[in-house]
Ligand binder design. Sequence first.
Ligand code: FPP
Length: 269
Amino acid sequence: MAEILRLSPKSPPPPARLPRHVAIIMDGNGRWAEERGLPRVAGHRAGAETVDRITTACRELGIGYLTLYAFSEQNWARPPEEVGALMQLLLDYVQKERAQILDNNIRLSTIGETDRLPLFVRGPLRELMDKSAANTGMVLTLALSYGGREEIVRAARRLAERALRGELTPGEIDADTFASGLFTAGMPDPDLLIRTSGEERVSNFLLWQVAYTELFFSPVRWPDFDREHLLRALSHYEARERRFGLTSSQLTAGAAGGPDAAKVSARPC
Ligand code: FPP
């Protein structure tokens, strides 16, 4: 019974036990629609409503960073009608959620090759990002035209170019220098990565950044994912022991800031 209660929490973990950064692979829109005899785009539309619901919940809970995998580099290869519909949904989202984002002190940002987005999306998106840039309540990051491997290659290329210009030597390249060339430079690594819809893989999302991230896989399709499901994921996170390469007894002895742990940017909450 206690286990059931723990897995179906009505209240969130205490603030000190919440992840600082939650990343989500929003999967299952297409299957949600197909199961209802609807076109795939109906699933994406319902998924956009979940984005709103989960953003609100995370903001209320005091999560500092929420990063959503909204469109991968590989998604460009989907049928053109689906890509077009997703771009239109993004525009609708920016227009519809504008007040919500600004009123709730949320900073909107993006990661990915956003230059590839059509201008009709890029313009309003850029405008809202600029308008919300000084907000401090939560950072909402949309991964758009994003791929983890592509991001790593881009960072490596930038370092190589700097080395060629004589700005740094190969020996000066360490994990911090490398991370500073990623789209996520300046952000903490995710503490918790949630993937919905039952698939258990990371699909080219934040490959570098998830080195010490706790993973949570939910069977629920993204359009059906709600605050209760989020609380369940947070409850599982709260129960995990994050060791960052240390032993359990080292952690209890207060050595979490030891040499291995010092190498990772995320910290256990
Ligand atoms: C994966 O489901 C989801 C996507 C590729 C797109 C995610 C987009 C949204 C949630 C809506 C638009 C986003 C914003 C921020 C407004 P899938 O299509 O791969 O589902 P399937 O695996 O069941 O086919």
